[in-house]
Ligand binder design. Structure first.
Ligand SMILES: NC(=O)c1ccc[n+]([C@@H]2O[C@H](COP(=O)([O-])OP(=O)(O)OC[C@H]3O[C@@H](n4cnc5c(N)ncnc54)[C@H](OP(=O)(O)O)[C@@H]3O)[C@@H](O)[C@H]2O)c1
Length: 309
């Protein structure tokens, strides 16, 4: 039986997902649809809409850059999941992160307005790892948090939107950064390993992330933030070692911090070297989330098989 089926009393919800066609979005839509919710996903073209429909998701073809393209059709959702994002083009500079953060903030304002007008019970936002800089002082955004921080700050302060923030670590699966990292590891050098690789970033399998978002929707834990990483924290070096072992190849070389900064940019360097917050106690207690793959050692073999490796 699907885990959601065991909850029994929980009622079906109408959920609007922005970013439904993305890496985390597809997994979240699958979890929500399998649990029996009415899922409405935003897709930017007909082909992506068709793929969503096959998952049991009602697709709206539109763009967050034009709220009029989806607002009326969203149908007063009881929950909104916001995992829409755009990415760097070339080196990941602080200036580019600022521009991306501003663009996503525009989308966030529209989704908050939809939440208010629909009297949604919850808006669930995909944040990025909240990391504390070792050099103390007031906490500052580092790494990819630079992109989500403007939206998160706005949502936390704005317009009476009931908000839950989910903060996944580095998500491995058939999408985003992981397939390229696998190719690099096979080729003998990976940019995922920067310097000593001694930071604990937190890793989690994408299906487990989808389940965490489903639970966040259902539990409506407004005013809360939840880390979503697995139960056995590995350093970056250990993660790369495990991946190489599972692939049956030698441990690859990494790149120096200087090379990472020069070729990939400051934000990339920060993202790969600043430790993440790995405490999932609240996620377990209040969302009832348990990762199916408690460690990378358990999750890598099936994920690599799904990549054809
Ligand atoms: N991947 C990870 O390991 C990871 C870890 C922690 C946090 N996160 C955060 O989680 C969020 C989602 O990550 P992801 O890996 O799922 O990203 P992704 O695969 O790039 O997905 C982004 C989604 O946003 C959509 N989108 C982009 N521009 C849009 C627009 N103008 N209008 C409507 N939709 C638009 C994309 O649509 P298209 O399909 O049409 O491009 C896609 O559905 C990001 O904020 C990311 O920083 C990711």
């Amino acid at each position: 039986m699907h885990p959601a089926g065991q909850l029994g009393a929980r009622s079906k919800m109408r959920v609007f997902v922005a970013g439904a066609t993305g890496f985390i979005g597809r997994s979240t839509c699958r979890s929500l649809a399998e649990a029996g919710h009415e899922v409405i996903g935003l897709a930017r073209d007909e082909a992506k809409a068709g793929a969503l429909e096959k998952q049991g998701v009602r697709a709206i073809v539109g763009t967050l850059d034009d709220p009029g393209s989806f607002f009326a059709q969203a149908g007063r959702p009881e929950a909104i999941v916001h995992m829409a994002a755009t990415w760097f083009d070339g080196p990941e500079t602080i200036e580019q992160a600022r521009r991306i953060g501003e663009r996503i903030l525009g989308w966030t304002r529209s989704l908050a307005q939809l939440a208010v007008e629909s009297k949604s019970r919850i808006l669930v936002f995909a944040g990025n790892n909240v990391t504390d800089s070792a050099d103390a002082g007031p906490r500052r955004a580092v790494g990819y948090e630079r992109i989500s921080e403007p939206s998160q700050t706005y949502l936390e302060g704005a317009a009476g939107v009931p908000l839950t923030v989910l903060v996944p670590g580095w998500i491995y699966g058939a999408g985003s950064w992981f397939p390229e990292t696998v190719r690099e590891i096979r080729a003998g050098q990976t940019t995922h390993l920067v310097g000593d690789g001694d930071a604990h970033l937190g890793y989690v399998e994408v299906g487990d992330v989808g389940e965490a978002f489903r639970l966040a929707v259902e539990r409506c834990a407004a005013g809360r933030s939840f880390n979503v990483v697995d139960e056995e924290p590995l350093t970056v070096r250990q993660f790369v070692e495990e991946t190489a072992r599972a692939l049956g190849v030698a441990m690859p070389r990494g790149i120096s911090r200087e090379q990472a900064l020069r070729e990939r940019g400051q934000v990339f360097l920060e993202a790969l070297t600043a430790p993440g917050d790995l405490d999932i106690g609240r996620t377990r207690r209040e969302l009832g989330w348990r990762p199916r793959y408690r460690s990378v050692r358990e999750g890598l073999p099936p994920v690599l098989r799904s990549l054809g490796g």
